[in-house]
Design a protein around this ligand. Sequence first.
Ligand SMILES: C[C@H](O)[C@H](O)[C@@H](O)C(=O)CO
Ligand SMILES: [Mn+2]
Length: 418
Amino acid sequence: MTVKENFENAKQQYEKWGINVEDVLKKLKNVPISIHCWQGDDIGGFEVNQQELSGGIDVTGNYPGKATNPKELRSDLEKALSLIPGKHRVNLHAIYAETEGEVVDRDAIKPQHFENWVNWAKKNGLGLDFNPTLFSHPKADDGLTLAHPNKEIRDFWIRHTVASRKIAEYFGKELGTSTLTNIWIPDGYKDIPSDRLTPRKRLKESLDEIFSVEIDEKYNVDAVESKLFGIGSEAYVVGSHEFYMGYALKNNKLLLLDSGHYHPTEVISNKISSMLLYSDELALHVSRPVRWDSDHVVILDDELREIGLEIVRNDALDKVRIGLDFFDASINRIAAWTIGTRNMIKALLYAMLTPNDYLKQLQEDGNFTERLALMEELKTYPFGAIWDYYCEQMGVPVGESWLDEVKSYEETVLSKRN
Ligand SMILES: C[C@H](O)[C@H](O)[C@@H](O)C(=O)CO
Ligand SMILES: [Mn+2]
């Protein structure tokens, strides 16, 4: 049977539940995923003065062929994008500036340092998102940045974050789609603090100063990302969930939920509906924590399906900015992007092929038996046939055949790198 014939059979089964599969596919095409550039080079960036990765995050593995310059990174991203259905966005960090050999410190970065990225995004029909980089820098060596007791250090990072928002504004203007600037800082303490409040007051003041520089939301929207702990900040993180949830809601900023930034049994899928009751928009870093915030490649597990369902069943596809955040250097990095991003899209498709209104009604009626029975049966519906057809329609490889392309790229391109 051909992909199309399989699709036609599968379609009938979903149509039984009143799902218009063709409409679903049309809608899915327009859902962008923000693909993080840093999977391609293990969060190295291209600053002239290269620094060790810091900030309490870690990339493990030494798979050959990582991108060593912006051209290589863009070429790798293009390869991955050619294997992923749909039109997406690319998420950059400030350390991916191109300064042509000149040392430009973080507080002096300018839109011109991202011109190549913008031209590339235009050529490839991509949106761009952005992140100031408040780690891997001598001024972040003691694990404190915007909450630092030393005003000079705080001011440096305030200037960097403002400069980053201006770069994001430039992206938004050039590309005609608002950039998401996400602020994540590592600040915290390894051991039990004697004062939790003072650093949080300082972080609040730094953020207030950063956001006092107004930027039209048509071009840039800001998000703040919380964390539970990091390596070296096990006992206390200044920007905790409660800190940023409060800050975001009070100051009309987006809260960014990262799947790896909560207690081991706590899931972000359960937070989406609550946040959307109080905030027009929400941002996500979809990741996969294994025992800690390990940033494994996203797989199609229960939590990913639940994230997809919460976005779709709450009619929030245009309210949730879906970004990815994983970095695995133990496997081919282009495969990592491809696996993780295809899975994110699969989770959305799965959710869109679910009779959500009917299931909601069962719950309202107290019919929990049918709710559970149906939710379980739907798991073995021929979802794969619809996915394959979607890939075929979008001109990307069907099933695991994308792996052949990655292997051949590895042979002809990656293996030639130092
Ligand atoms: C590189 C990213 O900014 C970083 O992963 C951040 O988003 C994070 O999740 C830190 O744990
Ligand atoms: Mn994150």
